[in-house]
Design a protein around this ligand. Structure first.
Ligand SMILES: Nc1ncnc2c1ncn2[C@@H]1O[C@H](COP(=O)(O)OP(=O)(O)OP(=O)(O)O)[C@@H](O)[C@H]1O
Ligand SMILES: O=P(O)(O)OC[C@H]1O[C@H](OP(=O)(O)OP(=O)(O)O)[C@H](O)[C@@H]1O
Ligand SMILES: [Mg+2]
Length: 287
């Protein structure tokens, strides 16, 4: 593959760091740890990691200083509309929401026309207000946004919500979800053809890991007279594997299923007489 290395930006510290390292590790890419060095290379994949602030990453991608990044989608929506959005990575799920004090009698967004709104995401807020046909006076603050209404800085806030506990603790209520976000693989519009070839390999590995994370391998015993009904519930990758049991009239069925789907079909499987159901994690999935 030559000397060329793909440069990936990873959040230096914060909510994305550990899961970013984990997805690389699960993809078989080890990075000599390097958080202190701010840049570190993998010794088994042509990749160099740069540890940066999440909020600075769109600019680095735009300038082509890094080729790709693991970043919160909300940051791209705020200040990286020109950056290519690749795979959603399934972690750091949150939403960007509008919240007001619990005592605020909120019925529609029009109630906030002309109000002061504190946020770290001004572009997202301005776009949202314009869409709704109202105006607001924005106060841009970088952190602890939830405190703003309590200290008289604003009537409302727009910030990240996940469990809702920060809003709750600050006596606020979520009234509009502006967007939903999760970590994504972002790609520089300036990436070279050579590095794109390395990126494709990285994306292939990420996809194998992500599919495996949401899928389970299941094994169960089924009475032969209900096999067809059970197979219909479990389509599998191509189709399930069916093996005869030593006991006459019974078979063992093996298949791969999305975990969420498994819980949805479990009752029906049991109704058809399936028993001895085993659910096994999958390490990688290449299809
Ligand atoms: N409470 C949360 N639950 C889930 N995901 C979150 C939460 N807060 C933030 N995120 C997501 O994780 C990303 C990183 O958040 P974090 O608070 O670590 O960094 P930051 O303060 O926004 O950035 P920087 O690295 O520039 O200091 C956010 O952009 C968002 O996508
Ligand atoms: O709904 P919750 O689960 O309470 O999460 C939401 C909070 O999490 C984030 O802050 P974070 O903890 O990342 O602090 P920060 O301001 O230092 O980034 C976000 O800015 C909210 O304040
Ligand atoms: Mg934060």
């Amino acid at each position: 593959m030559g000397k060329e290395k793909l440069r990936i930006a990873i959040q230096k510290s914060g909510r994305l760091f550990e899961d970013s390292i984990k997805i690389l590790k699960d993809s078989g890419i080890y990075i000599d740890n390097g958080k202190e060095q701010l840049r570190a290379s993998s010794n088994n994949f042509p990749l160099e990691a740069m540890y940066l602030r999440n909020g600075d990453i769109p600019q680095y991608l735009r300038d082509g200083v890094v080729d790709c990044a693991i970043i919160g989608e909300n940051v791209l929506i705020e200040k990286g509309q020109d950056i290519i959005r690749g795979e959603k990575l399934g972690f750091s799920k949150c939403r960007v929401s509008l919240a007001v004090p619990k005592s605020f009698k909120y019925t529609t967004i029009k109630d906030l026309d002309g109000c002061k709104i504190a946020t770290s995401y001004p572009n997202t807020v301005n776009r949202f207000l314009a869409e709704k046909g109202i105006t607001g006076e924005l106060h841009i603050i970088n952190g602890s946004v939830e405190i703003a209404p309590n200290i008289g800085l604003s009537q409302a806030i727009v910030d990240i919500v996940s469990s809702g506990s920060t809003l709750f603790k600050n006596n606020l209520k979520e009234v509009e979800v502006i967007l939903k976000s999760e970590a994504v693989l972002a790609i520089s519009p300036q990436i070279s053809e050579e590095r794109k070839a390395i990126l494709n390999k990285l994306q292939f590995r990420f996809n194998s890991v992500l599919k495996a994370r949401t899928s389970k391998y299941i094994l169960l015993n089924a009475p032969n007279d209900k096999l067809q009904d059970i197979i219909k519930l479990l389509p599998g990758m191509r189709s399930p594997t069916v093996l005869p049991l030593a006991e006459e009239g019974w078979s063992s069925v093996h298949t791969v299923i999305n975990e969420e789907k498994f819980w949805n079909v479990l009752d029906e499987l049991k109704e058809y007489g399936a028993e001895g159901i085993l659910v096994v994690p999958i390490e990688k999935m290449v299809i």
